[in-house]
Design a protein around this ligand. Structure first.
Ligand SMILES: [Zn+2]
Length: 437
């Protein structure tokens, strides 16, 4: 207890304990308590504790009289599916998705223990997952609680999916779920998934995201003595390739810098490794020009980029066989086949988009212009099976602190978000005049 932080942690445990039994009696306080309870379950990688999360979600669903299924498509990676059955189950349903895992926190760099869900005097609740995205997972349930107590009954079914492993790529989480028979049975017509907090007074919303490609370019050439000057060695071939790639990168960066394109609308390409040379214990052999050299790139591709054009660029300019270059390209998720089609529309004529805007406005909220998300989320798996998905977290007036130290959400903002979801769920689940249902 020599560290002042430790004292704060200790006192906050006492305060949290007392408040649980004494003053958190109103429905708002109860909603905040349930968020804190969820934040206190450690689901950080590399060893997320998914068992208690499943218990927490099952108990919440049972208390609300909702149907609940536990799936374990991959051992020890539970998926929880909660259903509020609609009056007309022949219509497509609304899916509210959230992931149960979080990234690890560097505890010593936080003001408060990231597992404590400590609420400071301003109402800021600190915890890993406060923004990304345990708050959203609880808000869905709290919104249903509000709607149920008002006597509302949905026409379309509302499903809630709680999936593991999003933070490590979702291969054993959402990727498995979308290809399961249980998912088919949900008959999903529209999905909401995570967005990002916004420091301004509006909510950010994403209608697509960039795809992740991994590109490795390999150069070969004649080996030679370190003293010799000659054409076409592997290092020279690779350097040519890097020059072309960096010209392309600069063209994308300039569009971003001058503001003609947003971050999610440009191709990002970053060199993540270079490999060449012959290692020895003291370093590398210094008088040998290697016969092979390799460079790896993280490439992020916006949905509106023509992927055939980009692949031609790679084949003919970045890695032409004429310069003894070959490449391997791994797409971490498939791209829509025509390369130009967006699976989710954000056109005012598109009913789901219109319903989302109107619902948010109804509770005094504001949506920003729809954007392409620069980084990947589980929405990509949903969109890849041709189900529209919006990335949306009702967090405004809050700095975006996902994966950062001191991640927090203010209790008032959290409670406002419950109202936002209540209105959205009501709007989506009661709407029947949609031709794609
Ligand atoms: Zn997330």
């Amino acid at each position: 207890m020599d560290n002042p932080c430790r004292w704060i942690h200790f006192l906050s445990i006492i305060v949290g304990f007392l408040s649980f039994f004494s003053c958190e009696s109103s429905s708002s306080d109860d909603a905040v308590s349930r968020l804190k309870a969820y934040l206190r379950i450690d689901t950080s990688h590399p060893n997320p504790n998914y068992g208690p999360v499943t218990e927490f979600l099952v108990s919440q669903a049972t208390e609300l009289g909702l149907q609940v299924q536990k799936l374990e498509i991959v051992k020890e990676k539970p998926i929880v599916l909660i259903t509020w059955a609609g009056l007309n189950t022949s219509l497509t349903s609304l899916l509210l998705n959230s992931h149960t895992d979080v990234v690890p926190a560097e505890e010593l760099k936080w003001k408060y223990d990231p597992l404590l869900a400590f609420e400071d005097g301003k109402g800021n609740i600190y915890g890993r997952g406060a923004q990304d995205m345990k708050s959203v997972g609880v808000q869905y349930l709290e919104a249903i609680r509000v709607l149920k107590s008002s006597g509302y009954q949905p026409t379309r079914s509302v499903h809630l999916s709680y999936v593991p492993d999003e933070e490590i790529g979702g291969e054993e989480g959402m990727a498995k779920l979308v290809s399961s028979s249980e998912f088919q049975q949900l008959n999903v017509g529209i999905c909401l998934d995570e967005g990002l907090a916004c420091a301004e007074d509006y909510y950010r919303v994403f209608f697509g995201e960039r795809s992740v490609w991994k590109l490795v370019i390999k150069a070969v050439g004649a080996p030679g003595h370190g003293s010799k000057l000659y054409d076409g060695c592997a290092m020279e071939n690779l350097r040519e390739s890097l020059t072309r790639i960096y010209e392309y990168r600069k063209s994308q960066f300039l569009m971003l810098q001058e503001g003609s394109k947003a971050e999610g609308e440009v191709v990002a390409i970053n060199n993540v490794f270079l490999r060449a040379g012959t290692p020895i214990p003291s370093g590398f052999v210094m008088n040998l020009q290697p016969s092979e050299a390799e460079a790896g790139f993280d490439v992020r591709v916006p949905p509106l980029v023509d992927i055939a054009d980009l692949e031609t660029e790679i084949r003919t300019k970045w890695a032409p066989t004429s310069r003894n270059l070959t490449y391997t390209l791994t797409r971490l998720q498939p791209q829509p086949s025509d390369g130009l089609r967006l699976p989710t529309s954000a056109d005012d004529m598109y009913p789901w988009w219109d319903l989302l805007q109107v619902a948010v406005q109804k509770v005094g909220g504001k949506l920003g212009a729809p954007m392409i998300r620069p980084s990947a989320t589980d929405s990509r798996y949903i969109r890849n099976v041709n189900i529209p998905a919006f990335g949306f977290s009702p967090i405004s007036n809050t700095p975006s602190l996902l994966h950062d130290h001191d991640e927090f959400l203010n209790a008032k903002e959290y409670l406002k978000g419950i109202k936002v979801y209540s209105e959205i769920i009501k709007a989506f689940s009661s709407h029947v005049d949609i031709t794609d249902s």
